[in-house]
Design a binder for this molecule. Structure first.
Ligand code: AKG
Ligand code: FE2
Length: 312
């Protein structure tokens, strides 16, 4: 049966055994899809153990994108360096990988002298963060995570495979690290908002949202162009833990990787404008951070401590 005949109109909750073609179809239709039992509870708990120390030692955020009080929200960025279990079971999850390959592989042809050549650019990881929202944590503004890549979207009625093959630049996998409810800060998500044009005059409205309620180990796949945001935690003592993994198109990077081509010791010999131009700087908004701060702090730790993490 064609996927279009199998599923009701609301955002779907499918099992991890669902054919990946169906998951891709639902993402094109709705911008998001839930996968029940994507990651085993044991692997989720182990991933939490491996990043717990970083979560508990997160520093205060200076801004409103993440709730400001340390008790309300903690993040553990750089999860690949903290949690091998997260990396192997979530980032490398085969459904996530197949879906990323489908939406984020870029194929282009060009003349190379008299030869017609095709190149295939594969996606790679964009960010890996665990986020814990505690009681009193306030909802984030609804946003599209592909604002990072300065995308401009035309309004469309429905997905067209040929026209829209390069529409998305990034894709996210959220995995529930705890039971997630509307009350404890479940991600707010506007179904089908990935189809919206950039130039809509009305802002995204919380009344159009569904809440990403999940059992521990469930996953929510989301196109990065869909409007969403962390929810309010209105509980008295319930912590919401979420692992968030994003992948991005592979060509969104430097041609020559300055961070590996030039040692940090060499980079430290230069002045600030050179360091910024070689890549120790943010691309506004939110692109290029380390430990959620401007990467200049890697070369000048005293600057990171002064500024601390702030709104992107
Ligand atoms: O915490 C969440 O549910 C989502 C977080 C998010 O969207 C973000 O940090 O960009
Ligand atoms: Fe987001």
């Amino acid at each position: 049966m064609a996927p279009s005949a199998k599923y009701g109109p609301e955002v779907q909750r499918v099992s991890a055994e669902t054919p990946v073609e169906d998951i891709i179809y639902l993402l094109k239709r709705d911008g998001g899809v839930f996968i029940r039992g994507l990651i085993s509870v044991e692997d989720v708990d182990k991933a939490y153990d491996e990043c717990r120390h970083r979560l508990e030692n997160d520093v205060e955020w200076n801004g409103s994108f993440f709730p400001t009080l340390e008790e309300e929200t903690q993040r553990a960025p750089g999860l690949i360096g903290l949690s091998p279990t997260y990396t192997k079971t979530q980032m490398m999850n085969s459904i996530f990988q197949e879906v990323c390959d489908h939406f984020l592989t870029t194929r282009s042809w060009y003349w190379w002298g008299t030869e017609k050549k095709e190149s295939v650019s594969k996606p790679y990881v964009h960010s890996c963060t665990a986020m814990r929202i505690g009681p009193g944590g306030k909802a984030q503004p609804l946003h599209r995570d592909d604002y990072i890549s300065h995308n401009y979207h035309h309004e469309i009625d429905s997905w067209d495979d040929e026209r829209d093959k390069n529409r998305e630049t990034a894709l996210g996998l959220f995995v529930a690290g705890s039971k997630i409810t509307k009350e404890n800060g479940g991600t707010q998500f506007i179904p089908r908002s990935h189809l919206w044009g950039t130039d809509r005059t009305n802002p995204p409205d919380v009344n159009d949202c569904i809440f990403a309620e999940m059992e521990k180990g469930d996953g929510f796949l989301m196109l990065a162009s869909a409007y969403h945001g962390g929810g309010n935690n209105v509980t008295a003592n319930d912590q919401r833990l979420l692992f968030a993994t994003f992948a991005v198109r592979g060509y969104l990077r430097q041609e020559e990787n300055q961070f590996l081509a030039v040692s940090q010791d060499s980079a430290k010999q230069y002045d600030r404008p050179i360091q910024a131009f070689m890549g120790y700087s943010m691309s506004d908004p939110a692109c290029g951070y380390v430990e959620q701060m401007d990467p200049i702090f890697v070369l000048h730790p005293e600057l990171g401590r002064e500024a601390g993490p702030k709104d992107f």
